[in-house]
Write a protein that binds this ligand. Structure first.
Ligand code: ZN
Ligand code: ZN
Length: 357
């Protein structure tokens, strides 16, 4: 979808809501709409115009990146947004109510006196859920970089290596292979710490018999990837083997359920059932998956309450896990894109049980 198509969709929503204009104040949302990558700005859409307000640090790049927008320079003692609202004759203004703080809302009330303010929810987030082929290609590229980096960085895994060292090696390798940066701080947890689903790496050393979990993603041209793999450090005991087997089976069941026309919660239910049936239900607290795009966590949800029906172009994760406090945990996460006929798995790293000796 190019900027003009996105603007047309937003204008349909404006007409439906009966407002004259829409103010976008959230970074990833204005980035998505306009293409502008700078992190200071606001976008105003009226029936016939589209403005991008930013300060002098960004006006040059903004004009280049957002050709469909009238780029206006802001400053400390001017209020060009207010001037534009006046010039456009705006009497009612929609704003992103999920994102605007109460303090900012109060300031808007004062600043835009006489204009009716209308809080609206997820207008752009809703558009962002279905990716264009260009966006899918960027996500797939981010995933490819992450997989290649993981394969190279995994060679550094050995007894005595710290979680921090291994995370750094993976981060460095992703950057070297062309990632803009990380999609999120790498999770690298071993031994009993692997029961922390979102544990930060520490100087904890990898030891024999550990689970070792990595959850990692690259960012490429703004788009994120997201994947988790768990290894066992030799020797492998029965309990690790069993837990891994259950999680993998749950993950495959989740993948099987992911297709167009079903709500995200069906993916969750399919994966959760396997874990519950194996007696580990109490050790799987989080949702099975989430959308990925410009943000690493976005819509649609593939959790217990994921009502949104999956459709072609949606990119989600499938990532069940079992986490036993004091023992350790295991998660397996793939990134997939929903297609007309089902899904395509973007993750390329092997996921059969690997024991590192
Ligand atoms: Zn992840
Ligand atoms: Zn995830």
């Amino acid at each position: 979808m190019d900027s003009q198509m996105k603007l047309a969709k937003i204008r349909e929503k404006m007409a439906g809501e009966g407002v004259d204009a829409f103010l976008v104040t959230t970074y990833l949302n204005w980035r998505y709409l306009s293409g502008f990558t700078g992190d200071a700005g606001q976008v105003l859409i009226t029936e016939n115009s589209s403005y991008l307000f930013t300060d002098s640090r960004y006006t040059e790049i903004a004009a280049e990146e957002a050709p469909d927008f009238n780029v206006v320079e802001t400053g400390v003692d001017i209020d060009p947004l207010k001037d534009a609202l006046k010039k456009e004759g705006v009497r009612s203004l929609a704003f992103e109510k999920d994102q605007v703080t109460y303090a900012n809302f109060e300031r808007m009330q004062e600043r835009f006196e006489g204009i009716r303010l209308e809080g609206v929810s997820r207008w752009i987030e809703g558009l962002r859920m279905v990716k264009s082929p260009e966006e899918i290609a960027l996500i797939a590229k981010a995933q490819e970089i992450a997989d290649e980096a993981f394969s190279l960085a995994s060679r550094a895994i050995r007894v005595g290596a710290t979680e921090n060292e291994l995370a750094l090696e993976l981060e460095f390798t992703m950057r070297r292979l062309g990632a803009d940066g990380l999609a999120f701080p790498i999770i690298a947890v071993s031994g009993a710490r692997s029961s922390l689903p979102h544990g930060q790496p520490t100087d904890n050393k990898v030891a024999p018999g550990d689970f070792l979990t990595f959850d990692f993603g690259a960012r490429y041209k703004g788009y994120c990837s997201d994947e988790t793999r768990t290894f066992v450090i030799d020797p492998l005991d029965k309990k690790h083997e069993e837990i891994y087997k259950v999680v993998l089976e749950a993950q495959l069941a989740g993948l099987e359920a992911a297709k167009p026309g079903v709500p995200g919660k069906d993916v969750d239910a399919a994966a959760r059932k396997v874990i519950e049936d194996a007696g580990y239900g109490q050790y799987f607290g989080h949702g099975t998956g989430h959308g990925v795009g410009l943000a690493v966590h976005e819509g649609p949800s593939a959790g217990k309450k994921g009502e949104t029906l999956l459709e072609p172009g949606m990119v989600i994760t499938v990532e069940p896990g079992i986490y036993i406090p004091g023992f350790g945990g295991c998660r397996i996460e793939d990134l997939i894109v929903i297609t007309e006929s089902g899904k395509e798995i973007l993750s390329g790293s092997p996921k059969e049980l690997t024991v590192i000796g």
